[in-house]
Design a protein. Structure first.
Length: 299
């Protein structure tokens, strides 16, 4: 049974885009994935994104993606929303992944903007509509033009919001002005996809976060969100400012690389990365330790 959701918070409020643990020889570590999922939910996440970019989805097979979703569902599926990343730049392949995730029992789908191809807005509209038509699962769009090359325009978001299963957007556009208009006009549940902007996006109508730093500071993210929802803006701001070194440090280089390094430092399942990603240098690891410590993270 999926955790309780509302139209305002269809996937919960604090979600982490979970890394994919690998064994020392680069194989999928399903036991590690389950242990990490339990740790993240215990820390305050009420949702997990599996097979997103932070999960190194470009390097995992369809079968591995399916095994990951199944394993995480077994571990925490009655306590947290388990959302499967299914986005690719091939609509037919994306639909196959969406149907696979539904059969396995995922609670929702995360669909990133098709990358590299640079489709026009009509292409984006048809792509996302096809995904929403393919299953009965709720869909969270993922707007990240810095990676995909193409933004989802506000007008397109408004059109897509008319579909009953397109219910949310993960915003990594980095534009508070556009976000303000899109939230007001579309009515979609809005999730911050940029940790540095978590609090600012709450102030213009976001309902929660899809976080990377949630791997290491989920309790603080939840405390910040609850303070904001409770009207204690000063406390929320203080938490945001305390976390600034963490936000900065986790993105000094590629976020999956730093996240796996941070988890290794805490003795949590992570393992190596699959090429083309590589582990941090000794200098980068030393800087990450300083950044995390400055933000209050215990190592």
């Amino acid at each position: 049974m999926a955790p309780i959701s509302t139209p305002q918070t269809p996937f919960g409020r604090v979600l982490t885009a979970m890394i994919t643990p690998f064994t020392a020889d680069g194989a999928l570590d399903l036991d590690g994935a389950q242990r990490l999922a339990v740790h993240l939910v215990d820390a305050g996440n009420d949702g997990l994104i599996i097979n997103g970019t932070t999960g190194e989805s470009p390097t995992t097979t369809d079968a591995e993606k399916n095994d990951l979703v199944r394993a995480v569902l077994e571990a925490v599926g009655d306590r947290a929303h388990v959302v499967a990343g299914i986005g690719t730049n091939d609509t037919r392949h994306t639909l196959e992944l969406a149907r696979q995730a539904e059969r396995t029992g995922a609670h929702g789908l995360l669909a990133v903007t098709p990358y590299y191809s640079k489709p026009p807005q009509e292409g984006l509209f048809r792509h996302f509509t096809a995904i929403a038509d393919a299953t009965e699962l709720p869909v969270m769009l993922y707007d990240i033009p810095g990676r995909s090359g193409v933004p989802i325009n506000t007008e397109t978001l408004v059109r897509l919001a008319e579909h009953p299963r397109i219910v949310a957007n993960k915003d990594a556009k980095g534009d508070l002005g556009r976000a303000s208009w899109a939230i007001a006009q579309s009515g979609l549940a809005w999730y911050s996809g940029d940790d540095m902007l978590n609090l600012p996006l709450l102030s213009v109508g976001a309902v929660g976060f899809v976080s990377v730093v949630g791997h290491v500071v989920a309790p603080e993210l939840r405390e910040m969100l609850e303070a904001h929802l409770g009207g204690d803006v000063q406390k929320a701001t203080e938490i945001h400012q305390k976390l600034l070194p963490v936000f900065t440090g986790m993105f000094r280089t590629q976020g999956v690389m730093t996240t796996k390094a941070a988890l290794d430092l805490q003795g949590l399942p992570a393992g190596p990365l699959r090429l083309p990603l590589v582990g941090l240098t000794d200098e980068e690891t030393a800087q990450l330790k300083l950044d995390l410590a400055a933000g209050g993270v215990q190592l």
